[in-house]
Design a protein around this ligand. Structure first.
Ligand code: ADP
Length: 462
């Protein structure tokens, strides 16, 4: 008998819809909770990409309309099974979710009706539970897209007998994305006026969906302990550090994990050869295949190959990368970059890659399989994020024997042990001062470590 019922309400779930690590966590964490004995179910919008990739659905009884401001929207609810067999429910509303992207396009930015899209999704949580006659013990909400559900629970749902025993947990995957909209949108939420206050969703005259999650949830979590502390200071708090300080007794930092079935070099079907920590030979073949795929000549295969897989966003450190690139290309290394997102950053990185074709190659797209091939084929993984709530790629890198070079911040700091400080237990290289010298010196240290094959192999095995 599974006693704890968890409804995982989230705006993306891999492999159906993904822009970043949130989707990976939404795929992996519910399964882990299921193994711990919870009755876990997932709820997400039916985006076009999800509709295209999910083969079989059943249709749940249609809920009554959902009221957003003065509009009453007809929606549909569908049920399927996630890749790991858990119940996955989807909110159907073509006008809102049947689009090329999840939240906006690289060239035109966020969709203008994102408030309506995610108010509707948040309100539909109640409709889903009523339709199923299944009420969660824990309503697990994630990021700004579901922040308002905490407010609906606080003001309305928890007063209903069916929800009387449910509690809300809100996980901050990235505090920088807050879903902030002009105050005039508040009327769309149908929350009581008292919610539009300093203690509520009001934020400098605007309506802040993430803040709703922060102030109205029963408990808050972040995706790493270090980030949980960092966001309580003004440098990392994105204007909400005061709110977080007030709620610090209700805030836990829990390091994300990875799905070891999806990210396993021993079984990964996307990569040229399988390998594991005791049989690393296959990794060499993965490197050769990756070099060929990016058009690097085979006779350079003794040079270290660095990989980057990233959303194209300022957060990911492309500014610092562009600062050092002219010096970087003088070092004995090659670099492959896989990135999608901000069009302007993409163009800048493409320009430098075109300038230095002997050293840098870039693939400017979102390509899940290529991400696996880079993790397997690269010797080192570069992650110079300005800040990083958790970061998953450094953990995938650890799993693939691909040594991470990271800025000592947030989850990068929590998950990588600096081999420069801990020679026998270290797992990667960290830089502590966020400037060109800090990053370049650390890359140089990694390159010099790479020359000692014995030490390097020991590090990879760890
Ligand atoms: P964030 O969520 O901030 O983007 P994370 O490191 O937590 O960063 O997670 C990023 C996830 O998205 C990883 O699974 C990574 O492999 C994937 N990813 C990022 N960019 C791309 C891309 N261009 N192509 C394929 N996968 C990508």
């Amino acid at each position: 008998m599974r006693n704890l019922r968890v409804l995982f309400c989230v705006s993306e779930v891999a492999p159906y819809a993904k822009t970043g690590g949130l989707a990976d966590v939404a795929q992996a964490l519910p399964v882990a909770l299921w193994h711990l004995g919870c009755d876990v179910r997932l709820f997400m919008p039916l985006y076009r990409c999800a509709r295209d990739s999910i083969k079989t659905f059943s249709i749940l009884p249609a809920p009554p309309t959902i009221s957003v401001g003065v509009h009453d929207y007809h929606v549909g609810l569908l049920e399927t099974r996630s890749t790991s067999g858990l119940p996955l429910y989807l909110l159907e509303k073509e006008e809102f979710y049947d689009r090329s992207d999840l939240y906006g396009t690289p060239d035109f930015g966020d969709y203008e009706d994102n408030p309506e899209r995610f108010i509707t999704f948040s309100l539909a949580i109640r409709s889903l539970c009523m339709g199923l006659n299944w009420f969660p013990s824990i309503l697990h909400l994630h990021d700004w897209q579901t922040g308002l559900a905490a407010a609906y629970h606080h003001f309305y749902w928890r007063h209903e007998p069916d929800f009387a025993n449910s509690r809300t947990v809100f996980t901050i995957h990235n505090l920088a994305y807050q879903g902030v909209f002009p105050g005039k949108y508040f009327h769309l939420t149908n929350l009581p006026w008292e919610a539009f206050s300093l203690q509520g969703v009001e934020f400098w005259g605007n309506c802040n969906f993430l803040k709703a999650g922060l102030v109205y949830s029963d408990h808050l979590t972040t995706v790493s302990p270090c980030y949980g502390k960092e966001i309580q200071d003004s440098e990392h708090g994105c204007g909400l550090h005061g709110v977080l300080q007030e709620r610090k007794d209700r805030l836990s930092g829990i390091l994300n994990g990875i799905d070891q079935a999806v990210w396993n070099p021993g079984t990964d079907s996307c990569i040229a050869a399988n390998y594991n920590s005791s049989r690393l030979e296959g990794k060499r073949r993965c490197k050769d295949a990756l070099l060929a795929e990016f058009g690097f000549s085979k006779d350079r295969s003794e040079l270290p190959l660095l990989g980057m897989i990233s959303r194209m966003a300022v957060q990911k450190g492309f500014g610092l990368f562009l600062d050092i690139v002219d010096e970087l290309v003088n070092l004995p290394l090659m670099l492959v970059i896989l990135g999608a997102g901000d069009a302007e950053i993409g163009r800048m990185v493409q320009t430098v890659a075109a300038r230095y074709p002997n050293n840098i190659r870039i693939c400017n797209e979102f390509n899940e399989h290529l991400a696996h091939r880079i993790e397997a084929g690269a010797d080192m993984f570069l992650m110079p994020s300005v800040y990083e709530p958790c970061g998953l790629n450094q953990m995938y890198s650890l799993r693939y024997g691909t040594i991470p070079i990271v800025h000592a911040t947030g989850g990068l700091n929590d998950s990588v042990v600096d081999v420069q400080l801990e020679p026998h237990s270290g797992t990667g290289f960290k830089f502590y001062h966020y400037n060109a010298d800090g990053l370049l010196d650390t890359i140089k240290a990694a390159l010099s470590f790479f020359k000692d094959k014995g030490e390097w192999t020991a590090l990879q095995r760890r």
